[in-house]
Design a protein around this ligand. Structure first.
Ligand SMILES: *Cc1c(COP(=O)(O)O)cnc(C)c1O
Length: 380
């Protein structure tokens, strides 16, 4: 049997990407600007289908950083951030010399708990500091409770940065993720639902904010014949080559969402019969995940003591990649000294949760290999 590696989430080209890249070569637009960059931004604006503007950048991390810069976050300011996430949500807070304040998850969406968020805001205000921004994440493509988080943010007048890096194609009450926050951010890293090999985007509510973001992203060059600068600049714009890949990928985005959904259904069908394993699922019909990653939670007490680490090793034996859920930021050596609000929801998800192969390019034969490995492990 072919034993080639089955990845958690690997790049999946649609076929048209090379045409856009070829066009960039043919017209010599080999630069961090050009027709593909503009075209990719328009494609994204059309797809997100709301009153928003999109600036294509070199990464999702750069987009979060620029959102913080645009919100005026400075040294010693406090920024609230979901603890259960990838480190890229939180690192830009430190780039600004600001202080992250981490928030636990709720068990329904695994995302920022609105109750813990409000507790944190009340306590930070009592300590004399109003948080400058809230970074909320749609983890693994699952929308956070947009209504509840926005309610708290509005009540205390704190802007929201919506980290939609994993959630392009997800919706909440029919509206696309990435369009809710004061700023939204997207990622096109190699492992995301579509990729530009590496890239990201900043989603803004006005054209002026997009232009200001692009200004910062292109070294903050003032309007002058010589190079003139009055503000700190960054080199964060997307390459016209990468944007060409992105334009091709936009043509298959909806197909990728459907295929990842089918992968998720495969796991739901399989684990329906296994007590002690729960597949991560939308809490109700307001939520529609793009199923970027499918994940399970295991209860060792119902599985003869066997843990998610045992299953991970069994899969690894068969050259099948899986990974524990994100280790919460408040438990990370680089972030553990910062304030944290909540209980142990994120921590216990990390203890018992596992992400499974979820790519849109996984074949029937590969699914069969995954199934056989499960059959052996769960004695079916
Ligand atoms: C991937 C990711 C990012 C960062 O995106 P890059 O394009 O890799 O810089 C930010 N937040 C989350 C939740 C992510 O998964």
């Amino acid at each position: 049997m072919n034993n080639s590696k089955i990845w958690l989430s690997s790049p999946h080209m649609g076929g048209k990407e090379l045409l856009y890249v070829q066009e960039a070569f043919d017209t010599n637009w080999i630069a961090p600007l050009g027709p593909n960059v503009n075209g990719f931004e328009l494609d994204l604006e059309k797809y997100l289908d709301h009153e928003i503007h999109v600036g294509a950048l070199s990464s999702g991390t750069a987009a979060i950083h620029l959102a913080l810069v645009l919100l005026g976050v400075k040294e010693n300011d406090e920024v609230i951030c979901q603890s259960m996430t990838f480190s890229a949500s939180a690192n830009p807070i430190l780039y600004q010399g600001a202080i992250p304040v981490f928030i636990d998850s709720e068990s329904e969406t695994w995302n920022m708990c609105p109750k813990a968020l409000e507790d944190a805001i009340i306590d930070r205000l009592a300590k004399g500091k109003k948080p400058k921004a809230i970074i909320a994440v749609h983890l693994y493509g699952m929308p956070f409770d947009v209504d509840a988080i926005q309610f708290v943010a509005n009540k205390y007048q704190i802007p929201v940065i919506e980290d939609s890096a994993e959630a392009l194609g997800s919706t909440f009450k029919g509206r696309k993720c990435g369009t809710f926050g004061d700023f939204g951010i997207l990622s096109f890293n190699g492992n995301k639902i579509i990729t530009t090999s590496g890239g990201g985007a900043l989603v803004t509510k006005t054209k002026e904010l997009k232009e200001k973001g692009v200004f910062f992203a292109t070294q903050s060059r003032d309007n002058a014949p010589h190079y003139q600068h009055s503000e700190i600049g960054y080199n964060y714009r997307m390459s016209n080559i990468c944007a060409g890949i992105g334009r091709g990928q936009m043509e298959v985005l909806d197909k990728h969402v459907a295929l990842r959904g089918a992968m998720n259904q495969f796991y739901k069908d399989y684990f329906a019969a296994i007590e002690g394993v729960t597949v991560f699922t939308e809490p109700n019909s307001d939520y529609k995940s793009n199923h970027w990653l499918s994940a399970i939670v295991m209860q060792p007490e119902k599985l003869n003591g066997r843990t998610r680490e045992d299953l991970r090793l069994a899969l690894e034996q068969q050259n099948i990649e899986s990974r524990p859920l994100w280790k919460p930021m408040h438990l990370q050596p680089i972030f553990e000294k910062y304030p944290y609000y909540g209980k142990h929801v994120a921590e216990s998800l990390f203890e018992d949760g596992l992400c499974l192969p979820s790519g849109s390019n996984i074949t029937d034969i590969e699914r069969e290999r995954i199934k056989q490995t499960f059959d052996l492990f769960f004695n079916k």
